[in-house]
Structures are given as structure tokens and as C-alpha cells.
Design a protein around this ligand. Structure first.
Ligand SMILES: Nc1nc2c(c(=O)[nH]1)N[C@H]1C(S)=C(S)[C@@H](COP(=O)(O)O)O[C@H]1N2
Ligand SMILES: [Mo]
Length: 329
């Protein structure tokens, strides 16, 4: 029997605080999007996919390119220790924010299949002396690859802890030699025409993000090509994404095609959509609530556990000096 279930009922506890509630209530969902969202709600209401649902193909079963076979698994950097258990690979793989594909989280891993991640190019350009376009496999050969255990905190008050493989963004920045005029770095994801098979909602696509030069050069800031000792699967942002562990997850842009060095603070995806809710800084701060929910605690996905939110997601020894007090959140 088909019953119209209010969408919030099937959102797991802790995820009723959706980044997209704003969008759902306002003008951004296309009428097709609304119909689509309702049928997805009904389906998942019955079969309960997602976070605790059927397995995905384990990463160890995916084929590797020659360059990938040489670097995975990358050596773990012992400096980055966790205060909590790692999230299971299959839990993280079935609970994703990737709005190019879906406004839900539990079906992203299926919807990304149509995205073609090979061949792929990453253009590094703008105010740099040596602009260059990279094949992601070249980066594996050129860059100092390592593994780090990081916490990732979404602005929606859920969190995970995973091993990322990649290299410090600084290593890439050194390679292209920015001019002294460069004050910000702008990151751009692929255009929807390149594989977005579900036009989730009208928005300022492609997804874009930005950091100050100082944030980009901080040793914590990583360009990520892998997870759990294997190349990134598409739902986590293959072939190359950003990870900025002290900021809310929306800064950690996936499937990057362009990195541009610019003079002015760039416009960014969520900040354009809802500046009051998603600021440019997005620094994790338990004391600054989102206008629609508290940020004091977070739920570890795959568990019912809530943990206290850590200032700057627990990375304040590395980055607190970057911010005046009032800019932390
Ligand atoms: N291109 C792109 N990047 C993105 C997003 C997105 O919708 N599109 N969502 C962001 C958000 S809100 C979060 S919380 C993280 C989630 O990363 P994960 O699915 O690998 O856990 O990706 C970020 N990067
Ligand atoms: Mo997020």
C-alpha cells in the first residue's frame, strides 16, 4: 500500500537537520525533483536502504590502474590519532552527501554509477607562475602520498572517522608557484552534464568551494584520492577531492576539475544558496548553533552514539591561530 509518509519520518535520527530542508521548503526543487523526492521517500521507507542496509561492493574488489597499484595502501602518518573508532567502510560508502546526484544520502552510492571518472583532468590555474593540467594518475606519481585518520563533521550534526589517502594541498601549491597576488583558492566540481544523472535541484552548479591561501597551505589540508587504503569510490568524490578536517563537511568538495588561485574571496555553493546558514568559514564550533539546530553534539554514523562536538573538530592546535575569536564559527 502506498502511503504518503512525511519525509522527516524516514530520515534517520540526527539527519532531520538536513542541509536541504531550506531548499525543500523554498523554490529550488523543480517539480520533477519534488515528485522524485517523494517516490524515493516511499521506496526507502519500505526497504530501508542506506547506512545499515545491504552491502556495497568492497573497495578491495575494484580494479586498480598501474599508478594506483603502486601507491595503495599509502603509508599511514602516525601523527593523526583518533579519539573514537573508525567508521565502517560500508557505512561510510552508503551515507553520502553528493547533491549533484541526490538530495538523499542513502542512494548516492547507486546514482553515482553514471559519472565517468576516467579520463579526468584537474586544471590548476589562475594567479600562478606555472599553471598545469594534471591527470589524477600523474598526481599519484608526483605527490607525497600518505594515509591519515581524520574526523569528518557534517554541518547537519552527523560525523564519521575514516582513513583518507592523499597528499597535503601545499605540495601541489608549491608545484604551480602562486604569485603574491593570490589570496584565495577556488575549487570547482564537474558540471552536471558530465554525469549527474539526477538533476537534484536548481542551484548554482557546478559545486564550488574556497579557502584562504593560509588555510590551503595549512599542513592539515589534504587533497584526497583514496579511502580505507584504496582509491576513492565515486560516492566519496573520485578521483580527487578536498578534505579540510576542521571545517564542516561542505567545504570538502568532491570530484574536482579545477583549482584556481584568485585575489578575491570566491562565491561558494552553499553560501550562495543560504548565506545565513552556511558561511564561507564553516569552522566547526560547538558553541555556534545552526539557525535550525544545535551544533553542541554530533552523531557518529552507523551508531546511535552522540558525542560532544569538538572546537575546530579537535584540530584547534593546528589551526586556531588562523582565526580571530569571532570567526571560529
Ligand atoms: N561536489 C560536491 N562535493 C561535496 C558535496 C556535494 O554535494 N557535492 N557535499 C559536501 C558535504 S555537505 C559533505 S558532509 C561531504 C560528505 O562527504 P562523504 O560523502 O565522502 O562523507 O562532501 C562534501 N562535498
Ligand atoms: Mo555536509
Amino acid at each position: 500500500m502506498l502511503i504518503k509518509i512525511p519525509r522527516n519520518w524516514e530520515i534517520p535520527e540526527g539527519e532531520a537537520t538536513s542541509e536541504t530542508v531550506y531548499l525543500n521548503r523554498r523554490r529550488f526543487l523543480t517539480s520533477a525533483g519534488i515528485a522524485g523526492a517523494y517516490s524515493i521517500a516511499l521506496l526507502s521507507g519500505c526497504t530501508k536502504l542506506g547506512e545499515n542496509g545491504p552491502e556495497v561492493k568492497p573497495l578491495s574488489e575494484w580494479p586498480l590502474s598501474k599508478a594506483e597499484a603502486k601507491v595503495y595502501p599509502a603509508t599511514r602518518n602516525p601523527e593523526f590519532k583518533l579519539d573514537r573508532p573508525l567508521t565502517d567502510e560500508s557505512v561510510a560508502a552508503r551515507f553520502n552527501n553528493f547533491y549533484e546526484f541526490s538530495v538523499d544520502k542513502d542512494d548516492v552510492y547507486k546514482k553515482v554509477e553514471g559519472l565517468s571518472t576516467r579520463p579526468w583532468t584537474v586544471e590548476v590555474t589562475g594567479l600562478v607562475d606555472k599553471p598545469k593540467t594534471f591527470d589524477p594518475d600523474d598526481l599519484l606519481r608526483l605527490m607525497p602520498m600518505e594515509e591519515r585518520l581524520y574526523r569528518l563533521r557534517c554541518v547537519e550534526a552527523w560525523a564519521m572517522a575514516v582513513p583518507w589517502s592523499g597528499f597535503p594541498l601545499k605540495a601541489l601549491i608549491d608545484h604551480v608557484q602562486p604569485s603574491s597576488k593570490a589570496k584565495y583558492v577556488r575549487f570547482v566540481s564537474f558540471m552536471l552534464t558530465q554525469g549527474g544523472n539526477f538533476f537534484a535541484f536548481r542551484a548554482p552548479w557546478p559545486y564550488t568551494e574556497g579557502l584562504t591561501m593560509e588555510e590551503a597551505m595549512n599542513p592539515l589540508t589534504m587533497m584526497v584520492t583514496g579511502i580505507y587504503g584504496h582509491p576513492l569510490p565515486k560516492q566519496h568524490g573520485a578521483p580527487l577531492r578536498l578534505i579540510v578536517p576542521w571545517k564542516y563537511g561542505y567545504k570538502s568538495i568532491k570530484s574536482i576539475v579545477k583549482i584556481e588561485f584568485v585575489e578575491k574571496q570566491p562565491a561558494t555553493f552553499w553560501n550562495i544558496l543560504s548565506p545565513r546558514e552556511y558561511d564561507f568559514w564553516a569552522n566547526v564550533n560547538p558553541n555556534v548553533d545552526h539557525p535550525r539546530w544545535s551544533q553542541a553534539t554530533e552523531r557518529m554514523i552507523g551508531t546511535k552514539k552522540r558525542l560532544p562536538t569538538l572546537m575546530l573538530n579537535g584540530y584547534d592546535p593546528y589551526v586556531a591561530h588562523l582565526y580571530p575569536k569571532d570567526q571560529k564559527g
